[in-house]
Design a protein around this ligand. Structure first.
Ligand SMILES: CC(=O)N[C@H]1[C@@H](OP(=O)(O)OP(=O)(O)OC[C@H]2O[C@@H](n3ccc(=O)[nH]c3=O)[C@H](O)[C@@H]2O)O[C@H](CO)[C@@H](O)[C@@H]1O
Ligand SMILES: C=C(OP(=O)(O)O)C(=O)O
Length: 421
């Protein structure tokens, strides 16, 4: 297992190129199940979750090859298996997204139930209820979802009680090949949904309404191949924006887009950071002490839960008190005890955390518990006095490409130590 050592208190200055979005790239790869023709994807991030998705698609019969450059993939060929096995689904929850496309294409699917994870119980009831409205027959047995649509899927009107990102994506992909028209009311509006819609439309789907929360999908007989570039990762961009702010640095985040993350950038500005945008990307700097603010996580366009842990690190050293209310996942405060071990003063009250800013944090050995929690500890380590040792960095490798390279290029002292197994 590898770990990071970080020596803190160095302002970050320079440029970081933002990679393609994990939370879009994974779904675009799944869309390849809807056609046997090649789907050529560019700007695919080189991260563990993408490798896991390659593995899952290969298990289902697809051929995945590297494209013209290191961030391109070609996915093609027929689906030859309808089973997403437990050993892959348990590594990555996004695997559940193969359910809708497999049903639509093959009329049946067997997908392991993903179960909960460190941030919450994460049920998939909305995915299953929506597929039933489209005509699927679903049974749960031995930890698997067994789904059948012997007469194919048929369009329907699905109202989501909560704008679930994953349910929207699963139903959207299933509806592309259903007979007739499907409406998804109260669909998620995250930018990754629009990216998926654009890719599906490039493959011949007929989807409208991607920015409105109400999607209309006119089913088509078949989809064809396409070439598409994954959008930049707004969460990676927001994370490095926090790195600039917490270290009193100045970073150009190449490829970052304000449009995708206004709530995050407004929060940084309220705290005293400077944010500007030009044709290269976003520039974020801080020349004064940050001040605490209150935040609540919400579905897009609200403040994203995937940035909550990173802002917790910022608030830990900001002047005054801050409060974060987490409304999306019930257990997403696992980073709090670790930040407190570094000298932060954070109390959890139900779904809210009260953070009283402290003048300094001190380096300590800490343990990553999930992807974004891992980066909140890196941010704390970048501003702490002394050495921070971050264990279990495999969480981080799921979703951030080349963390230590990107940070070290901008002046951070961070090293990955590979421990023999
Ligand atoms: C791979 C990926 O894109 N992951 C993102 C996706 O996760 P994911 O697609 O899992 O997130 P959802 O929007 O579906 O989940 C949000 C909330 O709804 C609940 N829920 C969801 C589905 C369901 O059938 N029943 C149910 O109760 C979940 O438990 C959670 O509490 O969106 C989240 C919310 O922006 C992000 O934090 C994740 O990074
Ligand atoms: C929660 C996240 O991912 P996943 O849904 O894959 O667990 C995330 O990207 O922060």
């Amino acid at each position: 297992m590898s770990y990071f050592t970080i020596e803190g208190r160095r302002p970050l200055k320079g440029e970081i190129t933002i990679s393609g979005a994990k939370n879009s790239g994974l779904k675009l790869m799944v869309a390849s199940l809807l056609s046997k023709e090649p789907l050529i994807l560019h700007n695919v991030p080189n991260i563990a979750d993408i490798h896991t998705m390659c593995n899952l698609l290969t298990t289902l019969g697809k051929t995945v090859t590297k494209g013209a450059d290191t961030h391109s993939l070609i996915i093609e060929g027929p689906v030859t298996s309808i089973e997403a096995p437990y050993d892959i689904v348990s590594q990555m929850r996004a695997s559940i997204l193969v359910l809708g496309p497999l049903l639509a294409r093959s009329g049946e699917a067997k997908v392991s139930l993903p179960g909960g994870c460190a941030i919450g119980t994460r049920p998939v009831d909305l995915h299953l209820k929506g597929l039933e409205i489209l005509g699927a027959e679903i049974e749960l047995e031995n930890g698997y979802i067994n789904a059948k649509a012997p007469r194919g899927l048929a369009g329907g009107r699905i109202t989501l009680p909560f704008a679930s990102v994953g349910a929207t994506e699963n139903l959207l992909m299933a509806a592309c090949l259903a007979r007739g028209t499907t409406e998804i009311i109260n669909a998620a509006r995250e930018p990754e949904i629009a990216d998926l819609v654009q890719c599906l439309n490039a493959m011949g789907a007929r989807i409208t309404g991607e920015h409105t929360g109400n999607l209309t999908i006119e089913g088509v007989e078949s989809l064809h191949g396409a070439e598409y570039s994954v959008m930049p990762d707004r969460i990676e961009c927001g994370t490095y924006a926090c790195a600039a702010a917490i270290t009193g640095g100045d970073l150009l985040l190449k490829g970052g887009r304000l449009l995708d993350q206004e709530a995050v950038m407004i929060a940084l500005q309220k705290m005293g950071a400077n944010v500007s945008e030009d044709e290269q990307g976003l520039r974020v700097s801080a020349s004064q002490n940050l001040v605490g603010i209150d935040l609540m996580t919400e579905p897009y366009p609200g403040f994203p839960t995937d940035m909550q842990a990173q802002f917790m690190a910022l608030f830990a050293v900001a002047e005054g008190a801050s409060m974060i209310t987490e409304t999306i996942f019930e257990n997403r405060f696992m980073h709090v005890p670790e930040l407190n071990r570094m000298g932060a003063n954070i109390n959890i009250q139900g779904r809210s955390a009260i953070i009283r800013g402290v003048p300094r944090l001190s380096g300590a050995p800490v343990m990553a518990t999930d992807l974004r929690a891992s980066f909140s500890l890196i941010l704390a380590g970048l501003v702490a006095e002394g050495t921070t040792i971050l264990n279990r960095v495999y969480h981080l490798d799921r979703g951030y490409e080349g963390v230590e390279r990107k940070l070290a290029n901008c002046g951070a002292s961070i090293k990955r130590i590979e421990e023999a197994a």
